[in-house]
Each structure stands twice: as structure tokens, then as C-alpha cells.
Design a protein around this ligand. Structure first.
Ligand code: IPD
Ligand code: CA
Length: 264
């Protein structure tokens, strides 16, 4: 299979992310957005699908050899050496309600020994703040071209910790006791509603850690690499007996990791 150079992949992923971000920006103020599916804690929009189609078209035009693992569907050869991991709109509920805190997340995973994948390129784009995070494995992470690093904070009492509750009663039940325990110990808890942005906020030193049980791989693949390339730590394990690609994660600046690990 034809190898994919990381720099070319990054360029294409940035183009695709900006295209989808443009669609998000254009539609942000629509009071009603077409809903394909809704449950108590989740919404899927027609625009989620449209944005994924746009992204796929751009990625496949340059790299037809890579498969796609997306929130809105999978395509291509599942045995392929490369796969794009795509969350076309992360933070769909925010976006639906007009809260400008949502993003596009695109990662390129490459198969390594044992059949597992390793993320080699990551792009997260917030079209509302026009902030673009990028990383190539082994190189520094960047925000709008500037190198970023995680924060130096070590004490929980000085830390801002972000949590995600995923979408199910079982994940809420798992995270609520963590919320209750942490609130009095930390400076602030934030529940902002876009996992990929929480990851890159940790990478940028805006948050000390992000914790979620039941998050999906497309929410965190790009942000996880960006975080590691910014000097942070990305712990993730697959959740057994859950939907495919479901994990629990602890993303941190590394310095608060030991104190946060008991909640992971
Ligand atoms: C969700 C958001 C949310 C997180 C969920 C994700 P979506 O993604 O990132 O913050 O808690 O686990 O599934 O549905 O907005 O793309
Ligand atoms: Ca998502």
C-alpha cells in the first residue's frame, strides 16, 4: 500500500477541517437545524452527515487508500494500513442550541505491529474562535502555527478539570460520583460539551485535565496526539461490552496525573 507522508496528510486534513468548519459557521445562527435523530442526552443533525461527506470527499480525493472511521459512518477497506478518524461536528448539542463551542476533529491512524492503530496526524478546528490545532507524531503541537505546551500546575486545588458525561445513564452514573468528589478539591470543574476541544485545551495549558468514561475514539484521537505532542499524557482504555471504539480517558498535563488516576 502506498505510504501516506504525514505532512501531506496534515495539509489535506486541515483543508477538510476548514471546509467543514465553514459550513458550521454559516449555519451557527439558524434557529432550527434539521435533526436526524435525538435521544435524552444526544442529538444527531443532518449537518453532521453533510460535514462528514464533505470531509470524506476531500480526504479520499488525496488518499483513496485510507479507510474512514467516522461518527457518521465508516467506509473503505477495514484491513487498510491507514484510517482517517473523523468527528465532523464535535459538540453537536452545543452547536444545535447555538452555543459557539464545537469543532471538527480529524486524525490519521496507522496500523502498527499486532494490528493496533497509532495516531500519526491530528487536526482540531474550532471555527467560531478560528483556532486550529495540529500535530504530527514526534513533532511539537501547534495552535494557529505557534508551538504549544501543557500547563505546569501540579496542585489539584489550583487546577481546572473538565469532565464529560458521554450519552448514557450508565456513563452518567459512573461520572457523577467523580464530579461530587472533585468539586471541592479543585479550583473549577468545567463541563463544556466538546471532548475534542477539552483535549486541546489541556494541550494548550488552559485546563489541567479532562476525564470521561464512554467517549468514542473519533472524539479524542486527534486531541490525544496533539496533547502528547504538547508534553501531556493521554491515558485511554477500551471499555469492554460497549459499542465499538468506546473508551475511558484521562488526558492531563502529566503533573496532575497521579492525583487524577484514581478517577480514571
Ligand atoms: C460528544 C461531545 C461530548 C462528550 C461525548 C461526545 P458529539 O460528541 O464531545 O462533550 O461528552 O462523549 O460523544 O456527539 O457532540 O459529537
Ligand atoms: Ca463527538
Amino acid at each position: 500500500m502506498k505510504a501516506i507522508p504525514a505532512s501531506a496528510a496534515l495539509k489535506t486534513a486541515v483543508l477538510a477541517a476548514r471546509q467543514a468548519g465553514g459550513v458550521m459557521r454559516k449555519n451557527q445562527n439558524l434557529t432550527t437545524k434539521a435533526v436526524n435523530q435525538a435521544s435524552q442526552h444526544d442529538i444527531k443533525l443532518e449537518l453532521d452527515v453533510k460535514c462528514q461527506q464533505l470531509i470524506e470527499k476531500t480526504l479520499k480525493r488525496s488518499f483513496p487508500q485510507a479507510s474512514i472511521l467516522g461518527e457518521e459512518g465508516v467506509s473503505g477497506d477495514p484491513a487498510s494500513e491507514y484510517r482517517w478518524v473523523v468527528d465532523p461536528i464535535d459538540g453537536t448539542v452545543n452547536f444545535t442550541y447555538g452555543i459557539p463551542h464545537a469543532c471538527v476533529s480529524i486524525a490519521l491512524d496507522r496500523r502498527v505491529e499486532g494490528g493496533e492503530f497509532q495516531t500519526v496526524v491530528g487536526v482540531v478546528y474550532d471555527p467560531f474562535c478560528d483556532e486550529l490545532w495540529t500535530a504530527i507524531r514526534g513533532k511539537p503541537a501547534r495552535l494557529n502555527g505557534r508551538v504549544i505546551r501543557v500547563s505546569q500546575r501540579e496542585k489539584l486545588e489550583e487546577s481546572i478539570i473538565s469532565l464529560g458525561f458521554a450519552k448514557h445513564r450508565s456513563t452518567l452514573n459512573r461520572m457523577l460520583p467523580v464530579f461530587n468528589t472533585l468539586v471541592p478539591k479543585v479550583r473549577k470543574i468545567r463541563i463544556m460539551g466538546a471532548a475534542a476541544l477539552a483535549m486541546v485545551y489541556v494541550a494548550s495549558g488552559r485546563l489541567e485535565a479532562y476525564l470521561e468514561y464512554g467517549v468514542r475514539w473519533w472524539d479524542v484521537a486527534a486531541g490525544g496526539l496533539i496533547l502528547e505532542c504538547a508534553g501531556g499524557s493521554f491515558l485511554h482504555e477500551w471499555v469492554p461490552k460497549a459499542d465499538p471504539h468506546t473508551c475511558r480517558i484521562l488526558a492531563s498535563n502529566g503533573r496532575v496525573e497521579a492525583r487524577m488516576k484514581r478517577y480514571f
